[in-house]
Each structure stands twice: as C-alpha cells, then as structure tokens.
Ligand binder design. Structure first.
Ligand SMILES: [Zn+2]
Length: 425
C-alpha cells in the first residue's frame, strides 16, 4: 500500500490521506485566515471520513465538483455534522476564493453519501473498510483499511495487486472518559497504524477533577451574582458542557451552532454514551434564538451561557463576552485548549482580546478548563501498546517528529511523515 499525506501530517488541520492514489481518508480544512486546504489534485475512487470536525471533513464537498461522484462513506452523525459544517463554510466564505465548493457541490454530497455503523465492514474503492468507535465525538471512527480482497478493475491503479495489508487510520480519538461518548476500546489487528498525536507531550488531569473544578467555579460566580460565559465548540464540547451542567444542577442557556448540532446528535442515540442524559440536559437548558436584544438581556442575568465559538473567533460569544467583560464578578470559562493566535489564547495570555475587530480589555475573571476529546500522552502510549510490532506513522500534531523519536526510544518502529510525502506500508 502506498500512503500519501496531503495534509494533517506534521500539522493539525486539513487532514487528508490518500491510499494507492485511489481511496481518500478524510479531506479537511484548517480554519485559519485564509483557510488552508489539502495539497495536490485528487480524484479519488472513494472517500472515507473519520469524523465530523472541520479539519477532517470540511473540504469534502470540493470533491463533488466534476464527473462521477466518488462515494463518501461515513457514520450517520458524521454525515449530518459534515453537512452542517459545509453549510456554515458557505455562509462564511461562499462565492469567494476562500470557499472551494458551491451549494450545488453540497447538494451532490447527499447523493454520494453512504452511511455505515461501527463494526460493519463495507467495500470502498475495492478495499474492505471497517469503522470502530474512536471515543472522540459522536460518530467518530477509527478506520481499518484491508486490501487483501482488493480488486481494482475500475480504480486509478492499472496493475492488479493482491495485497495483504491492513492499515489502521486512528482519526482523532480518546481513550478517556467523556459524558457524551464512550471511550475508544477497539484494537483491531493491523499491519500499519497512522496515529494522531495532538497531545503527545501532555498529561490530562482526570476528567472528574476537571469537571468538579468547573462546576464549583461556575456555581461560585452565579452565587456571587455574576454571569458566566462558557465558550464551547459547537460539535462535542457544547453538548459535553450541557451534560456537565445538568449533572451538577446548573441552569444554563445554550446559544450558537451548538444548538443545531445538539438536535442532530439526539437523532443518533446509538452513537451517544447516554442518550437519556442528553435528552434531559436539552430539556433543562434554555435555547437562545437571539432576536430583539435577547442576548444583551441574558448577559445581564445571574446565569450561565454556553455558546460558540470555543476560541472566541466568532459566534454569539462576540455579543456575550463584551457584555460581561467590565465586571470582575463575571467570568469567562474557556472549555478547551486555545490555539496560538486566537482571541481566546490572547485573552488568557494578556487579559485583553480582539473581538470583532476591537481590542477589549476584560476585567471579568478568565479561566481555562481543559476538557479534552483527545488521548493524552499516556492514552496514546496505552493505545499503541496493542501495536508493539506494527509500524507507526505519527500524524496530526505539532511535534510529530519528536513523538516518533520518543516511540523509537520505546522500541517502536515509528516515523513522522511530512506534508506531500508518500510512504509504502
Ligand atoms: Zn476532531
């Protein structure tokens, strides 16, 4: 098998891995300014998407532009989330060079879509592919690609190739607890592993400790008469924050794209750890429509507001944070890692943030609660322990070369592919 890394190799964002010039695993975009897309021209026979985050699924509609549509294989939640992301990208960048697809492409995606559950092998570009729960967000999958039955009569490759390679592409995964999804436990046999390494040098605190500190801090502010703004990603983190609030008897408002995503995820109970808990959290939360100065009024209340965006670069948080920023009784409780260069990171580091083009000092308290949906260093090593004798390709991190070297030090056969590189496995 020849594996080419078109994005998301020694970087986080725009993940895309091409197998034998035929089967494409993920096709993401990095939401930098301007957005970044995978390199090279691809014309795959089939596409398999690991999960519905922008950096893995965001550019998939761009593959629908010409000729025969390649089938796009994913789980039902991934299909819904990817469609929502595509519509959002059209809204933000549509009809500009910053958006590589049109609304027609997004409609064609519906025709090309084929959904599969976990543990149900299917055929894609002649390969046998199987999804396993990756414990990252609802519908997220480890992708096992088996070429032993490969028949490439219509594929891009001309020679016939009776291979015997099983490639495991981990996608993003978590081996630890979250309220929204069960952790990854499947460890299918493989001959090569492409492993994400987002947190290869980080040790997460235990989830219940993070959760308890968050709940106590939020309750304290509310008790003191303040307002808490909880910036959260629409997909995964908003629902996790709702579940944590519900479990700790904290009333909350929910605003932004996370509302729509919550409704979508409720339609796929089999991909949730506890569908009843999400139903309960949804019925006790108050969803915000945002009309008629509603947000400004809510921001004056003694309450908790969960809202996009998670790193303060857009969404209704642009109304709430400026509204609560003057009073030290109020609080901005960030719910995950803040990428360098984002307003959220700027706020943590300097106490000011550029919001909607204006630099604003924030007197409200600012906290970071590290809810994570990725395995940390111990989680990654624990996962890879099942692949001791298997070559490991470390990707999706900002220190993949260092991590591969550390793995070699532990006795693994490990390497870190670079952007555009082709590796034979
Ligand atoms: Zn992800």
């Amino acid at each position: 098998m020849e594996v080419t890394f078109l994005g998301g190799a020694d970087e986080i964002g725009r993940s895309a891995v091409l197998v034998d010039d035929s089967l494409l695993l993920d096709y993401g975009m990095a939401s930098e300014s301007p957005p970044q897309y995978p390199v090279g021209d691809v014309n795959p026979d089939a596409v398999v998407v690991s999960h519905g985050h922008l950096d893995h699924a965001g550019a998939v509609p761009a593959l629908m532009g010409s000729g025969d549509l390649p089938p796009v294989h994913w789980t039902p939640p991934t299909r819904e989330l990817a469609t929502t992301l595509a519509e959002d990208t059209l809204k933000l960048h549509g009809s500009t060079p910053r958006c590589p697809f049109t609304d027609t492409d997004v409609r064609r995606l519906t025709q090309a879509s084929v959904t599969h559950g976990y543990g149900e092998p299917f055929e894609a570009a002649g390969y046998e592919v199987t999804f396993f729960n990756a414990g990252h967000i609802p519908g997220s999958a480890h992708v096992l690609v088996d070429d032993s039955e490969v028949r490439r009569t219509s594929g891009n490759r001309t020679q016939s190739d009776d291979g015997d390679t099983r490639l495991l592409y981990t996608g993003d995964f978590h081996t630890g607890d979250q309220r929204l999804v069960a952790p990854s436990t499947a460890r299918p046999d493989a001959d090569a592993v492409i492993c994400e390494s987002t947190y290869s040098d980080v040790t997460h605190e235990a989830r219940d400790t993070v959760e308890q500190r968050f709940a106590e801090s939020v309750k304290q502010t509310v008790w003191e008469g303040g307002t808490v703004v909880v910036p959260a990603f629409a997909i995964g983190r908003t629902q996790e924050a709702m579940l944590v609030c519900a479990a700790n008897d904290i009333d909350c408002y929910v605003d932004g794209m996370g509302q729509r995503v919550t409704k979508q995820l409720k339609r796929h109970p089999e991909f949730l750890r506890d569908a009843d808990a999400l139903r309960g959290a949804t019925s006790s939360a108050r969803f915000v429509t945002g009309g008629d100065g509603q947000r400004e009024r809510i921001a004056q209340q003694n309450t908790v507001i969960i809202t996009t965006s998670g790193m303060l670069n857009g969404g209704p948080a642009m109304t709430y944070v400026p509204a609560v920023r003057h009073h030290p009784t109020n609080k901005v409780a960030l719910t995950g890692y803040q990428v360098e260069g984002t307003p959220g990171r700027q706020l943590l580091d300097t106490g000011s943030a550029e919001l909607d083009g204006r630099v604003m000092p924030v007197s409200a308290q600012v906290e970071l609660h590290e809810f994570s949906a990725h395995a940390d260093r111990d989680g990654l090593l624990g996962f890879l322990e099942s692949y001791r004798d298997t070559p490991v390709l470390a990707v999706h991190g900002d220190r993949t070369a260092a991590f591969a070297e550390e793995l070699r030090g532990e006795g693994f056969e490990a390497s870190a592919p670079t952007l555009g590189e082709t590796v034979t496995v």
